[in-house]
Design a protein around this ligand. Structure first.
Ligand SMILES: [Zn+2]
Length: 357
């Protein structure tokens, strides 16, 4: 089974295609956007586009490069993402590559895969393997593409200085004919030295028709049902709020959306006691993971709101939603630091109140 077919993100695909034609695609990119919006799938499409040698329009989908890319087996399309820590903390690049070959094989079995477990990360031995591999010539194609999904899960500390330095250098000056694409739903959690070295591109939530097309893919339908999302496709489209992959997170995403809706309601109600109660519900520092997901869900809902306001021709509501989105981004950044979720929320709700009035 190959990767899940790509739906949506047409504007970004055109933009990438245009940049490639002008030979103006930056060597290091960061695709950021809500959880489950298809950032890694889009990055894999970009990789396929870069490697394809078939007829226009590219990617052709049928040349050797396209076929390998779609099967997850192209030797020059390197895909990394959070994995369980290997027993051998100092695993060799060859062992890491074996581990990923197997993991990618799992992912492309159906093409629909859930978000990684909280304890999974991109550990230093993986970073070493990437740096090692990037120094080698392409195996089959004219160029190489590196994709690091959920790059904020990179764990670079405690004796990892050398690997971190080499990786930063790689981002800053990718080898000729290499493209490095990071994806993240929490770009605020990326270390600043990484963020400053990549060109950031926002991947927006998908339109309802594209979400429906993704959810109608048989593999996706099965995986979403297994994750416990509600049965009807209309309900699923609403719950996904532009990010169909989020439904694979199961109950966690549903909960995050419920929390985000309550935050929006509390902000719009102008009821300060309700706002306080909502803030207190966000828990203390220990609840950080769930809080970050709730902020992701809030981003998704506000994008929806901005889009529908723009469609109605309500410029004022659309720009209010855009300002609210900027506040949520700041809150996300604070959430990755040492600020208490309750404090962040109470401040955020006051800001949202004024922007969403
Ligand atoms: Zn092709």
């Amino acid at each position: 089974m190959p990767l899940l077919p790509l739906h949506g993100h047409a504007a970004l695909r055109r933009r990438f295609d245009d940049a490639i034609r002008r030979d103006a695609l930056p060597g290091s990119l960061l695709l950021h956007g809500p959880l489950g919006v298809g950032k890694q799938r889009l990055a894999l499409w970009l990789g396929q586009r870069l490697l394809c040698t078939g007829p226009e329009p590219r990617p052709c989908g049928s040349c050797q490069h396209c076929r390998y890319a779609l099967a997850g087996t192209h030797p020059d399309l390197h895909w990394y993402f959070p994995r369980p820590r290997l027993k051998d903390g100092d695993a060799s690049p060859a062992k890491i590559e074996d581990d990923f070959r197997e993991a990618i094989g799992e992912r492309v079995k159906t093409g629909a895969y859930p978000p990684p477990a909280p304890e999974e990360g991109i550990f230093v031995s993986t970073i070493r393997a990437i740096v090692h591999s990037a120094a080698l010539a392409p195996a089959l194609a004219e160029r190489k593409v590196y994709l690091l999904g959920e790059a904020e899960r990179m764990v670079l500390r405690d004796g990892a200085e050398e690997a971190a330095g080499a990786f930063l250098k790689l981002l800053e000056e990718p080898p000729a004919r290499a493209t490095i694409v990071l994806t993240s739903s929490e770009p605020g959690a990326l270390i600043p030295t990484i963020r400053s070295r990549v060109v950031a591109i926002r991947v927006p939530p998908m339109g309802a028709a594209d979400v429906e097309a993704v959810l109608a893919e048989p593999a996706m339908r099965e995986a979403v049902a297994a994750a416990g999302a509600p049965g009807s496709i209309t309900e699923q489209v609403r719950l996904a709020a532009g990010a169909p992959g989020a439904l694979l997170g199961g109950a966690e995403w549903g909960e995050a959306l419920a929390r985000a809706r309550r935050m929006l309601d509390a902000a719009s109600s102008r009821d300060h006691r309700e706002q306080m109660r909502t803030a207190l519900l966000q828990g203390s520092n220990r609840a950080r993971g769930a809080f970050s997901t709730a902020l992701d869900a809030l981003t998704t809902l506000l994008h929806e709101r901005a889009r529908s306001a723009a469609e109605r021709g309500s410029g004022r509501a659309a720009s209010g939603a855009a300002r609210a989105l900027a506040c949520v981004e700041v809150a996300k950044e604070q959430a990755t630091g040492n600020v208490n979720p309750q404090l962040i929320t109470s401040e955020l709700l006051r800001q949202l109140e004024s922007h969403l009035a």
